[in-house]
Design a protein around this ligand. Structure first.
Ligand code: SR1
Ligand code: MG
Length: 423
């Protein structure tokens, strides 16, 4: 007799689990289970009943990472993810999958099957374009982030939310694998492409000015509780189709600097650009991608300010300029004539932060353990060397000059300068 365990590490265990907890499928369902996950953290299964054509996704959080069983990680991340999916329903329900069940004992979530969408990273590697993407993602960002900032929440409910989404174990993973190891290589947790070893040693590990800026960003990541973030917002966490998008993988959610989400997104679009630029992609794909980055930044600024203005208007002009306990704390910022410059300053500082965090994401995906397919799928050695160096050059410029990044166009200028390199 096999040992019974509570894990959901393979198709057979998932099949048994679904049969025992079958509120979703009928008793005569003909179930097939496929493992479809390819991320670093969790096990993801597609479960389909061929008799009704109904299908769902099961996501299982083991006590170790999928990329390495030697890396232990708290299963509390599945609670964070379930809570985030619920929370997102308040303001951005159209941009998240539906959740059917959160089983806290078995560390799994059953949710809507989104496999008729494509994972954005894969679509970009195939040079697919999504004309509405910038509009949708900027709406998602603003509508999900603004209501968790101090512009909207009073201190006490914000504090409650910070506690609910306290995510120390996953923040520790990010601290180690994003902000620390790729910059000091002290714990042998990196995975460097051999042919770029010397370049990385000189350009990253020995650049003291760079390391200082990265330390400051790490401090902000840990302590600037600006808003409730996705926490790992790369193109592998976004499902797309021609009309819309869905965000998933919320396990890294926490209260942090908004620029961290923005920066991760921009960095991963840049990886797609570097991949395309080094291959035979059509020019219109690259043009669309650049335009998308510019639009995300500009639309974010406009929509965030709109949201701020709408929230102020809600209470009428007579309340503008006064802090009154009856109204939201946003009025605290809304004094005198400085309101516009305050919000402008706030939004621009997010863009500057985004540049710094984008640089860190670019470096850690090249130097660190968790790579991106946009780069690893490049099989030609000299092309891979060049692609990685372009990413590192862009990253350094972003990190060292983040204060100069105000507009979407600033990101593209850096990108174009770096891609002009021959080798
Ligand atoms: C141990 S691997 C860590 C990375 O995987 C996740 O996908 C996150 O990006 C995290 O940084
Ligand atoms: Mg993920």
């Amino acid at each position: 007799m096999g040992v019974h365990n509570n894990e959901l590490l393979n198709k057979e265990e998932v099949y048994r689990y679904i049969c025992q907890n079958n509120d979703i499928f009928s008793s005569n369902a003909q179930l097939t289970v496929r493992e479809i996950g390819n991320g670093n953290m969790n096990y993801v299964y597609h479960i389909k009943d061929s008799s009704s054509n109904k299908s769902i996704i099961l996501k299982y959080a083991a006590a170790h990472t999928r990329i390495s069983k030697d890396i232990s990680v708290s299963t509390d991340r599945i609670r964070i993810e379930a809570n985030m999916l619920e929370k997102q329903k308040e303001h951005v329900a159209e941009y998240v999958p539906q959740i059917y069940l959160f089983d806290e004992k078995r560390n799994c979530i059953l949710m809507e099957d989104c496999t008729d969408f494509t994972i954005m990273r894969d679509a970009l590697i195939n040079f697919d374009t999504f004309p509405g993407f910038a509009d949708h993602i900027s709406t998602y960002l603003v509508k999900s982030l603004f209501p968790t900032t101090d512009y909207w929440l009073k201190a006490s409910p914000k504090d409650e939310l910070i506690k609910q989404f306290s995510n120390p174990h996953l923040c520790e993973i990010t601290k180690t694998f994003v902000f620390t190891e790729p910059f000091n290589a002290l714990s042998e947790l990196n995975d460097v492409y051999e042919a770029n070893k010397e370049y990385i040693d000189k350009e990253i590990f020995q650049d003291k000015a760079l390391l200082l800026e990265v330390s400051k960003r790490k401090e902000a990541f840990m302590n600037n509780k600006q808003a409730l973030l996705h926490g790992d917002l790369h193109t592998g966490s976004i499902f797309v189709n021609k009309d819309s998008l869905l965000l998933f993988d919320f396990e890294f959610a926490f209260f942090g600097p908004i620029g961290f989400d923005m920066g991760n997104l921009i960095a991963n679009l840049i990886f797609a650009e570097i991949h395309a630029e080094g291959s035979d992609a059509r020019g219109d794909f690259i043009d669309w991608l650049k335009e998308t980055i510019v639009k995300i930044v500009e639309l974010f600024k406009i929509k965030f300010k709109n949201e701020y203005n709408k929230s102020s208007d809600k209470y009428g002009d007579k309340n503008k300029g006064k802090y009154n306990d009856k109204y939201n704390d946003k009025h605290f910022y809304n004094y005198n004539d400085t309101s516009d410059s305050c919000i402008n300053d706030y939004v621009v500082s997010i863009i500057k932060d985004a540049a710094g965090f984008a640089g860190i994401e670019l470096i850690r995906r090249v130097v660190g353990l968790a790579h991106v397919k946009d780069i690893t799928s490049i099989t030609n050695e000299s092309k891979r060397i060049r692609a990685e160096r372009i990413a590192l050059d862009i990253a350094k410029h972003f990190i060292l000059n983040s204060k100069d990044f105000l507009r979407g166009e600033d990101f593209i200028q850096t990108l174009e300068l770096a891609t002009a390199r021959k080798v």
